[in-house]
Design a protein around this ligand. Sequence first.
Ligand SMILES: *Cc1c(COP(=O)(O)O)cnc(C)c1O
Length: 466
Amino acid sequence: MDYISTRGGAPTLDFAGVTLAGLARDGGLYLPASWPRFSTAEIAAMRGLPYAQLAARVMQPFVGDSLTPERLHELCEQAYGRFAHAAVAPLAQLDQRHWLLELFHGPTLAFKDVALQLLGLLFEEFLAREQGTLTIVGATSGDTGSAAIDAVAGRDKVEIFMLHPKGRVSDVQRRQMTTVRAPNVHNIAIEGSFDDAQAMVKRLFADEAMTAKHRLGAVNSINWARLMAQVVYYFAAALQLGGPEREVAFSVPTGNFGDVFAGHVAARMGLPIARLAVATNVNDILHRALTSGDYSAGEVTATAAPSMDIQVSSNFERLLFDIGGRDGVALAEQMHGFEGTRAMQLTNAQREGAAALFTSARADQSDMARAMRWAWDAAGQVVDPHTAIGLHAARALELPGDVPVVTLATAHPAKFRDAVERVIGQRPSLPLRVGDLFAREERFSELPGEYEAVRDFIFAHATPRG
Ligand SMILES: *Cc1c(COP(=O)(O)O)cnc(C)c1O
């Protein structure tokens, strides 16, 4: 499988190349040159497969010659063997119509583990074939950082520099990052928001002095391999609810548009999806873009769902490319305009293309709290604030009448237990697998919100390329 950039000006890469590359050299994001498609019979034949086997089956067309099918299956067994639930991503029923897809049974309690446990293994696999060290730079609103650090701590030939916005991640999230003691892990708390941190990471990838000296890799959802691994659970859920003979709708708590873009990919591959609901909190740029075509970034407001406190959603560029005729030159121009003014208007083709599959809803604090209370009162389910926002959208939107609606449960409620306790008066306890998180010593560096400070820190601490 060949991978191309959304901005049309970067070299084509194979799967191994795209996994190690992160952001494309022209500032774009990599996507497969074409979508592999399964027939209805091929999808039906996946029913009942254990998760790791299903994962290997769904991902093989994207991996191409970079791994044999046997090796891909072994890596999936290894990645998903670390999950605390044998089904990896089980469904829980809320009522006649609504379901939760529990994606939080991995080591760090959020859905990010589903992709990052595999990505850590893919890095090691592909780096073993090459010289030198991969320097991962990432920005996190909390969950990517903990999942990525867990996935690469102590691994060969990889080191990680993870930026989080100081004071804006939960204590559980922060401790999951800062108590990991491995020489290849560097945590940096920066002044500013997640968007500021993400902008610095993008700038590092475009900094020639940096890339000449260090081989940079990405664990944010700009990395294609992450989205690929997330496609699998859309198949898993739909197959359990009657797919491919019956359509299913999904509601997805959305920040960087990675998780819901994976749903779009599943649909492109032939999975019958009725609708994809993009659920946002008050940081609602995506909701505004999808309802009125206005993609303009405001100030970030801190909420009880910090992993969605994002105004500039990187992966939205992938959607615009895919539904807008895959014209890299035109998209590069549009994105450069956006980068200059932090605002753009979607074209009619982009709006119509998005409307074919996507719908959206925005939840403020009281919408979120109402949905959380409903899950608790109606079904005895404790859900985290991100999941509650997804559930709000699932219930508020007019989705086709006869399809099951699956809300992606993106985090374990204990990861945001203060916020949960404030709403339903129950304090979810941390699962035993996180260990003595609050007894361990934290270690991180603090830097001002200035690009040069971050760049110099990395120059001072990272291993040069081999
Ligand atoms: C990362 C995250 C999201 C947002 O996912 P995107 O892929 O960035 O849209 C939602 N909920 C939780 C708990 C997360 O960690």
